[in-house]
Design a protein around this ligand. Sequence first.
Ligand SMILES: [Zn+2]
Length: 277
Amino acid sequence: MPAQGQHRKPRSLNRLTRVCLVAGTGAAAVALPLVGVAQSASAAEPAKAPAAATAKAQDYTVVRGDTLAKIATTHHVKGGWKALYDANKKAIGANPSLIRPGLHITLDTTPAAAPAAKAPAKKAAPVKKAAAAAPAAAKKADTGWTRPVGDAAIGTGYKTGGSMWSSGHHTGVDFLVWSGTPVHSVAAGTVVHAGADGAYGNDVIIKHADGKYTLYGHLTRPVVSVGQTVTEGQEIGISGATGNVTGPHLHFEVRTTPDYGSDIDPVAYLGSHGVTV
Ligand SMILES: [Zn+2]
């Protein structure tokens, strides 16, 4: 006789299922460039510089006795003489203290100053977003192995004793999920069974590269067929309450052969592949 499913009605399924769905939408990390602002902001801003300085380009012709500092002060150049020098470096040359009369320069330092003024405000939001997305991204680390039904909790554990199981113990673990939850292959493999399987109801059995088998029981229906290869995380069926059950859940089992009775601890097995449940 094949094993029987769990005989307890799982509780709080609705909440658990919702948690699973929300977790499933975990966004990938958004890689956002950090905006460097310290450099341009270091140019001392004279207190006298009017905040409402216009962005209009203004030409100025250097006269005898001018210095960049004097010009900057007289014309309320935003950013002071350093900004003025930065905006006219090509015309002035390497030495900001040497400006010759007749030299045409621009008093408009806005292009250089604008990014520095705006960057800090824009910077705050993206950085926060990136930090919030990080945990979700970390969870998605690609190990080649994953959980069968997201973050669903385990109701009845492995080898739970009792007369309800023909082998004398529970041959897998039961994840608490409502009917209709997508079930995923925990790793890449080949489907060796998909359909009716006695007390397991409709189940899917997958053989993996290490020679072990994983079984997903009580499905409403499989969505794969025998001989099909699947990848890690691929949807293989829809959870349900078929077979010998008193309530919907996913019975997840790991075997050393395709046959009943060769079960091993599924939690330890997933754990050995870096997946905690
Ligand atoms: Zn079970």
